[in-house]
Design a protein around this ligand. Sequence first.
Ligand code: GLU
Length: 473
Amino acid sequence: MTDELRTRFAPSPTGPLHTGSARTALFNWLFARSRGGNFVLRIDDTDTARSEKRYEESILHDLTWLGLTLDEAPGTEGAYGPYRQSERCALYKEATAELLSKGLAYKCYCSKERLADARAELLKAGSPPRYDRRCSGLSPSEVPTGVNPVVRFKVPAGSVAFTDAVKGDITFQGFDISDFVIEASDGSVTYNFASAIDDALMRITHVIRGDDHLSNTPGQILVLKALGHTVPEYAHLPLIVGTGGRPLSKREMSASLATLREDGFLPEAVINALARLGWAPGDEGLLSLTEMARRFDLKKLSRSPSVFDTERLGGFNRAAIAAAPAEVFLPQVEAAFPVADSAWLVRAVTVVKSDASSVKDMIDMIAPLAGNLESDSGVAELLATLGSGSGEPLKALLAEIEGISEITEESAKSVLSAVKKETGLKGRSLFMPLRVGLTGVATGIELYRVMELLGREESIKRLQAALGSVGLE
Ligand code: GLU
């Protein structure tokens, strides 16, 4: 036996990783890291019809993207492998055989029709629809021939009580739990059973999962006790709802990590939004995984449903973008401006990222500054809408820029104040013509930044072209 803390994330590879499962993975990771423990990835692929390799791969990719490092996982040589349930069938068979030999499980030959009828009768009488144990204790002569049985676990009388780290003390009455099937008639293991066996054999000390699994817990505890295994601690995480307590919309619910990534969210932002689903780390700002692990406490998780707030996610994303080095975004930005110089793009990203919520925002802000202003860019029309006075500041700026050797932040600022003084204009009537003349559009980053990024030659060229387009060259 080991006394090291071990948590596991046990996704079924039947679809991409969604927000709720990613939160489960994160909390398991945080708890393990907060206590110097190990974090295990187990692939729950007992449902062979729905499990697909590509989903296992994408889940692994998403966990890596989020920064959730794995200590043991399929493909690693950890001490408690294999880590795919489909590769552990012999272990489940052994456990079933042991329960059968001890009389703690039995084979059931009842047909589907019989089970359905018995169930309907019990429900009609207002009783819990438990299996009536007709096949428990069949004598050899009563065993029907030609029927493949299922194996049922014999639920003992009494209650099952445990203290959930999130929900507190919980008691289930044994009477309410039917003798559940642990092996199907085709010999395959059922999920609930396999999962309990694996938690024990993998020495998992804490099972942290969504509260949709709460009803599986008493059965799993009973199986573990019947086999003489240590029962892990359980922590069932509350449901995730949308803002205002409404159920998550279809779009939010299906927000897979891949979608969030494609929408331009950074892993740091996603991690921070996920962490707030049921946990308040005591700091509203963007926290690193290490900092979160330092603060994490299973006992401080909320019992009420957690609100997935997409606006908050956006806020975290802006903060994460502002904090990240410009180089992080270069591959995507370079793809949008294939002919632009990389060093120039790094400078441009550095300037625009503090105002951006996504890489797309950055690209939109850089576009008017990259390359040539098309002659049909609409500068003339825009300038015309600004009135006849727009030529004066343009001329003044051109003369000022021609008078300096290089545009720096400092020289750009002093050139602009000189133009202001010279023309007596200020605010919109000063800056709008200059902006339109320099960029062809009416909105964007601050003007001195525009000039810095364009540089002296390009600024001159654009101002001359703008003046030309309104016949003022
Ligand atoms: N495989 C289960 C799921 O994807 C998780 C089971 C568990 O955590 O015990 O929902």
